[in-house]
Write a protein that binds this ligand. Structure first.
Ligand code: DAH
Length: 347
């Protein structure tokens, strides 16, 4: 019996040495000092022993019990101490005076930056920004702009048509091919004097290559007032080019045809790469066309409820993606839309 108690003591102390936290410690206490522990059983069975043995065994068992209880308290203290040490050392490891790690932050896409910059320039010339829908009625994209159903100008802008319900059949919908559709809405809905610009996405059903993508950006504009002339058109667009590209950059105007203006013009900027000498980017001409413009056709004004005998108007439409290409010498428009951060981070 005595040997058994001694063995119990050794085993308990050995196990206690490897106890490292409060949960383990509690489990140990239950196992060796709890109500169902072997030691408690021994103490309970003392009454059945003959007197002499009872004294002997009882004395030893009680010694072991108080030994284990002391060791338990000792271990409890040690564990509590290491825990506080650990806590204070992690507290010291957090240095609240260190500056925070910089958070990764993005920036605006170069096309968005271009839109913002253009809007700033035109706003300073008295224009305000108007937006229109990308899914547009055939009417505003073509009809209202003097491009009826059978007009050949439609062939230059094939687009994506939207399937509409049979009851809506007469009113076809499409993805707008130019932001001039918003100009048509402005003429329809506003009273002169008008100075509006309309930036946005446009769509063409085209294969993509270095200069074409099926979705790109334009910024159209319109001014309607008494006595608006071609001189106002040229003055406004020259000023825009000067502010966007700098004074030195040459600008060229030439006659052109658009069904919704008469007369119509196109404006080109001296090529960024060859400075007018002729190179691959500008097709050896030295110039790159950036916009169409003209005096708004009287029929377009009239159809939108503006009397062309009182008011005249100029309008323009700028191919917006070309501007950052020209400014930075970017030779592939697809780069803007490929989400390649190595490209985008440069702006
Ligand atoms: N919408 C034309 C295009 O996408 C460009 C244009 C030409 C817009 C003349 C105009 C304009 O407002 O007056 O090719």
């Amino acid at each position: 019996m005595i040997e058994h108690i001694e063995g119990l003591r050794l085993k308990a102390l050995q196990e206690l040495a490897s106890v490292n936290n409060a949960t383990e410690l509690e489990a140990w206490r239950v196992r060796y000092l709890g109500r169902n522990s072997e030691l408690t059983q021994v103490l309970r069975s003392l009454a059945t022993l003959p007197l002499e043995e009872r004294k002997n065994v009882g004395g030893r068992a009680n010694d072991v019990k108080s030994d284990l209880e002391d060791s338990f308290k000792q271990r409890e203290k040690e564990i509590a101490l290491t825990l506080t040490k650990l806590a204070s050392s992690t507290r010291e490891a957090i240095d609240f005076t260190l500056p925070a790690r910089p958070l990764p932050s993005g920036h605006l896409h170069p096309i968005t930056q271009t839109i913002d910059e253009m809007c700033d320039i035109f706003a300073s010339l008295g224009f305000h920004v108007v937006e229109g829908p990308e899914v547009e009625w055939d009417y505003y994209n073509f009809e209202a702009l003097n491009i009826p159903e059978e007009h050949p100008a439609r062939d230059t802008m094939s687009t994506y048509w939207i399937d509409t319900a049979p009851s809506d059949n007469e009113r076809a919908m499409l993805l707008r091919t130019h932001t001039t559709s918003v100009t048509a809405r402005v003429i329809d809905g506003m009273k002169p004097p008008i100075r509006a610009i309309e930036p946005g996405r446009v769509y063409r059903y085209e294969a993509s290559d270095a200069t074409h993508v099926p979705m790109f950006h334009q910024l159209d504009g319109i001014a309607v007032d008494r006595n608006i002339t071609m001189a106002d058109l040229k003055g406004t667009l020259y000023e825009f080019a000067r502010r966007f590209f700098g004074k030195e950059r040459k600008v060229r105007f030439r006659g052109d045809y658009f069904p919704f203006v008469e007369p119509g013009v196109e404006m080109a900027i001296e090529c960024a790469v060859c400075r007018g000498q002729g190179c691959r980017l500008c097709g050896n001409s030295g110039w790159i066309e950036i916009l169409g413009a003209g005096m708004t056709h009287p029929r377009v004004l009239e159809q939108g409820g503006i009397d062309p005998s009182i008011y005249t108007s100029f309008a323009f439409g700028i191919g917006l993606d070309r501007l950052p290409m020209l400014r930075y010498g970017i030779d592939d428009v697809r780069l803007f839309y490929s989400s390649d951060l190595r490209f985008l981070r440069q702006f």
